[in-house]
Design a protein around this ligand. Structure first.
Ligand SMILES: NC(=O)c1ccc[n+]([C@@H]2O[C@H](COP(=O)([O-])OP(=O)(O)OC[C@H]3O[C@@H](n4cnc5c(N)ncnc54)[C@H](OP(=O)(O)O)[C@@H]3O)[C@@H](O)[C@H]2O)c1
Length: 243
């Protein structure tokens, strides 16, 4: 599929799954803007893609810095006047996170600040641009660890992963997906939560059973959904994930 008219912003696109999402969208012919909080890492990522024959741009974007978020939206507006795809990929874990009895409250605050509040702030800033697209797509990078159902199911492989900060952040991100999808129902913008699977990246200490290339496939699919694509879903590589 080639789509030279579509413009995508991928947050946290300098490495990991976000870099791969950016690469695969560029391969599909989308004009991709890599959001990254560090200028040097952004440049390296754009250069890596250029070496593969993929022309992309970057924009400074730190989820914890409202000024950078506003500046990124203004820059995309000035250059393109619209945005078709927002992939809310940037996210963190924290070594001081853990089970509810032990997790450091400051770690939980840091995680929620980035994964939830930062993602919400980026989404709000980009929404006016997405509203100018005939087919706005928002993909929130969630996780099965954000499923309330699986966290309470002793037979689930995710049951033992007690990270109150991270898991709560993805549950809250899912709430953003549900509420925003409903708020935007009747508009061309669709919003979905997508789990990439368990992917070997810095975030997982390169554990996991999927490569970043494999993990990017489902988020990219949802970024490129057609006109009749669903909204307000929570999906992973095995299909629908329980909330
Ligand atoms: N890997 C998995 O198995 C897995 C599973 C389920 C969901 N996910 C989700 O997938 C997304 C990507 O994860 P990943 O595994 O690719 O992680 P990663 O390799 O650690 O990459 C995370 C990206 O987010 C960026 N980032 C972190 N904080 C930021 C901030 N305040 N502002 C802007 N960018 C920020 C990082 O930038 P820097 O390089 O500057 O730190 C990096 O580009 C995350 O939302 C994660 O929760 C991952």
């Amino acid at each position: 599929m080639t789509d030279i008219d579509r413009i995508a912003l991928v947050t946290g696109a300098n490495k990991g799954i976000g870099f791969e999402i950016a690469r695969q969208l560029a391969v599909a012919g989308v004009r991709v803007i890599l959001g990254a909080r560090d200028a040097g890492r952004a440049r390296t990522a754009v250069d890596r893609l250029a070496a593969q024959g993929l022309a992309t741009q970057s924009v400074p974007l730190d989820l914890n810095d409202p000024t950078s978020i506003a500046a990124a939206a203004a820059a995309i507006d000035a250059e393109n006047g619209k945005l078709d795809i927002l992939v809310n990929n940037a996210g963190i874990v924290d070594p001081a996170d853990g089970a509810p009895s032990a997790s450091a409250p400051d770690a939980v605050r840091r995680i929620l600040d980035t994964n939830v509040v930062g993602t919400l702030a980026v989404t709000q800033a980009m929404l006016p641009l997405l509203r100018r697209s005939p087919t706005g797509r928002i993909v929130n990078l969630s996780s099965s660890l954000g499923s309330l159902t699986l966290n309470g199911d002793p037979t689930s492989p995710y049951y033992a992963a007690r990270l109150i900060g991270y898991n709560a952040s993805k549950a809250a991100l899912n709430m953003l997906t549900v509420q925003l999808a409903e708020e935007l129902r009747g508009t061309p913008i669709v919003v979905n939560s997508v789990s990439p699977g368990y992917v070997k990246t810095d975030l997982t200490g390169h554990t996991g059973y999927m490569t970043a290339e494999e993990g990017a496939k489902l988020p990219v699919h949802y970024a490129l959904l057609g006109a009749d694509g669903p909204s307000g879903r929570f999906v992973g590589p095995d299909g629908p994930t329980p909330w």
